[in-house]
Design a protein. Structure first.
Length: 674
């Protein structure tokens, strides 16, 4: 990976007994204080001199040992500054700058056993991160964490956009967002996005570089103040983390911005992950794909064998032909392997990852895809049977490699592992990491559904491309509550998508889902957007693997399909032009290595008209804007299909007037004039 110019100023390693130490971001605006008060360790954070996080406890409860929390004194503080640019092999931006000031505060118990640990803080202009580090020491070897005591004592009763956690049952992040003051939160997932009541600051609590730990949730104050507590997903025996020194926790991060539009692209997590470890990345390709998928969700095909089996050789070849004819990079085939018959969620150990159903000729379709210049995306649903999957990992990946298959969509439909561990426990963190590493070794790109939440792994392993981890399009096919409401994606952009790319699977044109056999009535599950908004989602919801999710026949004779064929999936730069969380978003992105821009605008159930200056274009240059707008009278509820496609010349001085229908959107391709 090309790694640029790096300045490492190792400075001032001072030994001090001060009970307080501070670090500020390079622009001086964000300041973190770490201090000991009456033997307990706290951090706090201010921006422009205004307190955002009040003194918040740091520490741990351990099994069979006293808590690592009391009678602490600061034994050492060290500081350094770091400034480095690098190029992401793919992403929502090409170049990333990691510019921060760091403070490491080491503490020790004054009483026996005199255990030591360090809190390392990094202050960036766009937020902060801190983690715990336990050096190897006589008083602390192997340990079991029963609770991480990290607090986030918010100074303001900020408005939060949240989904519940409440493990062990509801464990898949597939929830609709609510919003309300921090003081009313109970148990929520990260990224947790908040806006202070004066509207001056946006904060996002999340984590980075989760490698061998449990996923962090936040336990709310339940109306008692505004302090959120770290809460770790448990293993079956209630232990949260097993480790031995030397040991580092993931980073706890708080992203900061003055405006909602400045929250994305969110790069803090990438900066807090180690650089790319892959010697070569030229085999990693962002791409658009189609797949044998939506048919199963609307009930016209099955994953299991039988008359409606979707993954047949003939059907797959039809999809490959369609992909090749329309310039798609990949074809996903679900239900190709044995194990789907009966209750596939309960029978998770029955899945084979090498044996296909008799009506699916894996080597044959692999060869056919290769000949057509299309990648076959192999599906590995595990239902959370991770032992079964891990047992087959090497032989399955070897088979795929021998057939030239280099992309997998995996799945983990389960609440608990067979061992009874939470879906987000340390056991699962280790599993997901093991798969990423094995895939990297064998040259396989990953798209993980029901994933571990994204903590920036793609920087270290760029083969970890996309994942789900929120309510995606599939809920519009079968969800008991009718599907995702029109505001859903305007919140996803500012919550789930701040963690990293999402495989939302946009592009359903058959909004009323007639292909299922009948047009869905309003109370039935269906897509709750206009068709133009489905197009805009390709620009708004970033994913390096972007699906055209509908059945191929639903794209036939549809002029709007041209936008899906044209839209890029890899970007040099990304700008959020206008937005209000939960209301609307307008995003512009320039394709990687090119001069063509794409703009996507989406709104909630309210129609709105937005003015968008195109000042991001190169001044003096002439462009053509191809506009896919909601057509006359369009609205998500009873007239979702009209799309008005127009072309007009534009320059950097143009201001576009975007008219978005209720539940609508607009997608625009702006290419330099030939
Ligand atoms: C849930 C995934 O999100 C979906 O995309 C997939 O089709 C099913 N599991 C079956 O694996």
């Amino acid at each position: 990976m090309p790694r640029s110019h790096s300045i490492l100023l190792l400075a001032l390693a001072a030994t001090t007994l001060h009970a307080q130490a501070r670090v500020a971001s390079p622009d001086g605006r964000n300041r973190v204080t770490v201090e000991v008060r009456e033997g307990k360790l706290y951090y706090s954070m201010a921006r422009d001199g205004h307190a955002l996080v009040l003194p918040s406890l740091l520490g741990f409860e351990l099994k069979g040992a006293p808590p690592l929390r009391d009678a602490l004194r600061i034994t050492d503080t060290t500081r350094r500054s770091h400034d480095e640019w690098w190029t992401q092999p793919w992403g929502e931006v090409a170049r990333v700058r990691d510019h921060h000031n760091e403070l490491a505060v080491s503490v020790q118990e004054t009483a026996a056993p005199g255990r030591r640990f360090t809190v390392r803080v990094r202050a960036f202009d766009d937020g902060i991160g801190f983690r715990y580090e336990f050096p190897q020491q006589p008083g602390l070897g192997a340990f079991e964490i029963t609770d991480e005591l990290t607090e986030f004592a918010l100074a303001d009763n900020a408005r939060a956009w949240w989904i519940p956690s409440n493990w062990p049952r509801k464990d898949r992040s597939e929830e609709l967002y609510s919003s309300g003051p921090v003081s009313t939160l109970d148990s929520v997932q990260t990224p947790l996005t908040m806006e202070t009541r004066d509207g001056r600051t946006f904060l996002v609590i999340h984590e980075a570089n989760l490698v061998d730990y449990a996923r962090m949730f936040l336990r709310g104050p339940r109306m008692e103040g505004r302090t959120l507590h770290a809460a770790l997903a448990p293993m079956a025996d209630g232990i949260k983390v097993r480790g031995k020194t030397p040991f580092e926790t993931p980073w706890r991060t708080i992203q900061l911005a003055d405006r909602a539009t400045e929250l994305a692209p969110s790069l803090l997590g990438l900066k807090l992950n180690p650089p790319n470890v892959l010697a070569r990345t030229d085999w990693i390709h962002p791409m658009k794909y189609v797949g044998i998928w939506w048919g199963m969700h609307i009930g016209t095909m099955t994953w299991s064998s039988g008359p409606k089996h979707g993954a047949t050789t003939a059907n797959t070849k039809r999809y490959i032909d369609f992909a090749a004819a329309n310039g798609f990079g990949g074809v996903l085939v679900e239900g190709w392997n044995t194990g789907w018959d009966g209750d596939w969620i309960a029978n998770r150990d029955a899945f084979s990852f090498t044996r296909s159903y008799p009506d699916y000729d894996l080597p044959g379709v692999a060869a056919y895809a290769r000949q057509k210049g299309v990648r076959l995306i192999v599906h590995n649903e595990t239902s959370g049977g991770i032992e079964n999957y891990e047992r087959q990992l090497d032989s399955a990946f070897a088979l795929y490699k021998s057939l030239g298959l280099d992309a997998i969509k995996s799945g983990y439909v389960t609440d608990l592992t067979s061992g009874g561990d939470s879906h987000y426990s340390q056991v699962m963190v280790r599993h997901y990491r093991k798969v990423i590493e094995a895939a990297a070794r064998d040259g396989i790109m990953l798209d993980v559904h029901e994933p571990m939440h994204d903590t920036g792994e793609r920087r270290t392993y760029p083969n970890m491309m996309s994942r789900e981890g929120a309510r995606g399009q599939e809920y519009n096919a079968w969800s008991g509550d009718g599907g995702n409401p029109p505001e859903h994606e305007t919140i996803l952009f500012f919550t789930r998508l701040l963690a990293g790319p999402m495989d939302f699977t946009p592009g359903i044109f058959d909004i009323l889902e007639r292909s299922s056999g009948h047009a869905h009535r309003p109370e039935e599950p269906r897509v709750r957007t206009t068709l133009a908004k489905q197009l805009a989602l390709y620009v708004v919801l970033y994913s390096p693997l972007q699906m055209a999710a509908d059945l191929p026949e639903n794209y036939e004779r549809q002029p709007a399909f041209q936008f899906i064929k044209d839209v890029a999936v890899d970007w040099d730069t990304t700008r959020v032009l206008d937005a209000r969380i939960g209301d609307y978003v307008v995003v512009a992105r320039r394709e990687r290595g090119g001069q063509t821009w794409f703009v996507g605008a989406i709104t909630d159930e309210e129609g709105r008209t937005l003015s968008v200056p195109l000042s991001f274009l190169t001044p003096g240059r002439k462009y053509v804007a191809e506009v896919y707008a909601d057509g006359p009278g369009a609205n998500w509820l009873d007239n979702p299909l009209p799309v008005a496609i127009t072309r007009r010349p534009v320059t950097a001085a143009s201001v576009l007037r975007l008219v978005l229908a209720p539940g609508g959107g607009q997608a625009i391709r702006i290419r330099p004039e030939e």
